[in-house]
Design a protein around this ligand. Structure first.
Ligand code: ATP
Length: 299
C-alpha cells in the first residue's frame, strides 16, 4: 500500500471576492517530489499556507501522515514559504542554533544540514556576506533541522542566478534521494519537469490534472530541424507516424509531434529516407507553450 504523507480533501479558500483555492483535492505519497505547478495567482501559496496551518481554509480538510494535523505532525514537516529572516551579523551556525531553539530541536543536527546544503565551510561567516543563493540554501538547511519527513518549498529558485538555480535543484534531488518527501510550488514547467516525480497543475485555484510528471507533462514534443533541402525535409516529416504539424521556414522548420518522439528516432527516420539532418534541437519552449495553452483552455 502507498504510504500517504498528505491528503487534501476539497479545500476551498476565499479572500473576499477572490476564490484563491477551489475544491482542491490531492494526495502526496512517501518518497515523491510533488510539484504544485501553476502561474502566479493560481493558489499555490494559499494551498501551502493552509496545509501548514498558517491560514484557515473556508472548507475542506487535510491530513498529514493519515491523521488530523497536530503539533506532532507539524514537527515532522520542514518548510520554506517566504524568504526567511536570519540575523545578518550572526553566522549560519548561530542562526541555526536560534532556529533549533525556537523549534525545540537539539543542536546535533546543525553540522549535518550545513554539510548537506554545502554551507559547512562558510558556517562561521556572517549571514550578510552570503550570496542570495547561499541565503536560500541556509533557509533549506534551517527547514531540514530535525530531519523532517517532508520538506515544503515555495518557489525555491525564484530570484536566483543560473548557478544558484542549479545548486538548489541538485540539493532538492539530493534531499529526495535520502528519502525525504518534497512538495514544491513552482510556476516553472521546466523546473517541475527537471526535479519532480509527480505534479498537480493549478489554474485559478482549481486543479486541472495531476499524476506522474512523465505522464502528465510529457505531451507533444517539438523539434527544430533543418537539412540541405528544406522542401524535401518538410514533405518527408509529414509522413512520420507521429507527425502533428509543421511550421515552415527558410532555414529551419519546427515540427510538432502527437506523442513523444526521441531525437535518435527522428534522426534515424530521416536517414532511412535519405535525408541527412544538419540541425536537430528539441524545443523546450514549446512544452512551456503547451502548458500555457492548457491553462488558457481552462480560463
Ligand atoms: P504566486 O506565485 O504569485 O504567489 P500563487 O499561485 O501562490 O501565486 P496565491 O498567492 O495562493 O497564488 O494567490 C491566489 C489568489 O489569492 C491570487 O488572486 C491572490 O491575489 C489572492 N490572495 C492571496 N493572498 C491574499 C490575501 N492575503 N488577501 C487577498 N487576496 C489574496
Amino acid at each position: 500500500m502507498m504510504d500517504t504523507i498528505l491528503s487534501i480533501n476539497n479545500i476551498s479558500k476565499r479572500y473576499g471576492k477572490i476564490q484563491a483555492v477551489s475544491n482542491l483535492s490531492l494526495e502526496v505519497n512517501r518518497g515523491q517530489v510533488f510539484g504544485l505547478l501553476g502561474p502566479n495567482g493560481s493558489g499555490k501559496t494559499t494551498t501551502l499556507s493552509v496545509i501548514l496551518d498558517l491560514i484557515k481554509a473556508n472548507s475542506g480538510t487535510f491530513q498529514w501522515f493519515g491523521q488530523a494535523p497536530s503539533k506532532e505532525s507539524r514537527k515532522r514537516i520542514g518548510s520554506v514559504i517566504e524568504s526567511p529572516n536570519f540575523f545578518p551579523y550572526l553566522s549560519p551556525v548561530i542562526n541555526l542554533k536560534i532556529v533549533a531553539d525556537i523549534k525545540d530541536h537539539g543542536y546535533d543536527d546543525i553540522d549535518r544540514v550545513l554539510n548537506l546544503t554545502g554551507l559547512y565551510d562558510r558556517r562561521n561567516t556572517r549571514f550578510k556576506t552570503f550570496s542570495f543563493g547561499m541565503k536560500q540554501r541556509l533557509a533549506v538547511a534551517s527547514a531540514l533541522l530535525g530531519n523532517p519527513d517532508v520538506l515544503i518549498l515555495d518557489e525555491p529558485t525564484n530570484g536566483l542566478d543560473p548557478q544558484g538555480i542549479a545548486h538548489i535543484r541538485e540539493l532538492i534531488l539530493l534531499i529526495a534521494s535520502q528519502g525525504t518527501t518534497i512538495i514544491i510550488a513552482s510556476h516553472l514547467l521546466d523546473e517541475v519537469q527537471k526535479i519532480c516525480s509527480h505534479v498537480a497543475v493549478l489554474s485559478k485555484g482549481k486543479k486541472l490534472f495531476d499524476g506522474k510528471v512523465s505522464e502528465v507533462l510529457a505531451i507533444s514534443d517539438s523539434y527544430e530541424l533543418s537539412a540541405e533541402n528544406i522542401e524535401q525535409l518538410t514533405m518527408i516529416v509529414r509522413t512520420h507516424p507521429s507527425f502533428s504539424s509543421v511550421t515552415p521556414g527558410i532555414e529551419k522548420i519546427q515540427v510538432y509531434f502527437k506523442e513523444i518522439v526521441n531525437p535518435e528516432e527522428i534522426n534515424l527516420f530521416f536517414f532511412k529516407q535519405g535525408v541527412i539532418l544538419t540541425h536537430l534541437s528539441e524545443r523546450k519552449r514549446s512544452l512551456e507553450q503547451h502548458f500555457l495553452e492548457l491553462l488558457d483552455q481552462n480560463k
